[in-house]
Design a protein around this ligand. Sequence first.
Ligand SMILES: Nc1ncnc2c1ncn2[C@@H]1O[C@H](COP(=O)(O)OP(=O)(O)OP(=O)(O)O)[C@@H](O)[C@H]1O
Ligand SMILES: [Mg+2]
Length: 217
Amino acid sequence: MYASRASEVNTRIVVTGTDTGIGKTVFSAGLTWLLRGSYWKPVQAGLEGETDSAVVRSLAELPANRCLAEAWRLSTPASPHLSAERDGVRIDVDALKVPSIEQPLIIEGAGGLMVPLTRNELFIDVFAKWNVPVVLCARTTLGTLNHTLLSLEALAVRKVPVLGVAFIGDAHADNENTIAAMGRARILGRLPNLDPLTPSTLQSAFRTYFSAGSFER
Ligand SMILES: Nc1ncnc2c1ncn2[C@@H]1O[C@H](COP(=O)(O)OP(=O)(O)OP(=O)(O)O)[C@@H](O)[C@H]1O
Ligand SMILES: [Mg+2]
């Protein structure tokens, strides 16, 4: 039974990352499953193949009514501002509002934090306006210190509440500890590279490496 844990956990969580392709969708699927929540991808740029919503529905074994419709479905796999221009539309950033639902809601951004939605508005500014706590997904490998510390600084400058960092990849104790210390961030856990990546391996990894309680404010 897909029951709700709305009273026990944060009801809104933004999942963002230090880059595109970092594993936000896979992480979001696991988190949506762990919190028995709903998933929303406000801006989907690129419609060929499986969309992020379709991946989450499949990996989290999510009932259709727990995956909210995207606000923007753009054809080109590119930055949303460019993808929108190619489709002949302009994303109305002020109209992007967090849906009001009862269950915990996992919201996945597009790419990294400073992805433009229009020629003069960034996704991170929408997160700041929403004031919804953010989970920052980060690689464990070389280069992650720079990307993760920059991302945390950008969030701090805009006073976006940060729940913590979720690592994705093989363990790297020094990178993880350095980010916790120098970024003054809570480490929420680490999702290993899963092979194969299936609903059952993902759910089992989330049971092992994350706890629903860490996602409370
Ligand atoms: N923990 C993992 N184990 C195995 N494969 C993974 C894992 N995390 C991500 N991947 C794979 O890496 C690729 C990118 O992951 P994902 O789509 O989750 O990234 P993303 O950050 O959501 O990208 P985008 O910016 O396009 O939304 C996918 O092929 C996905 O299956
Ligand atoms: Mg994604």
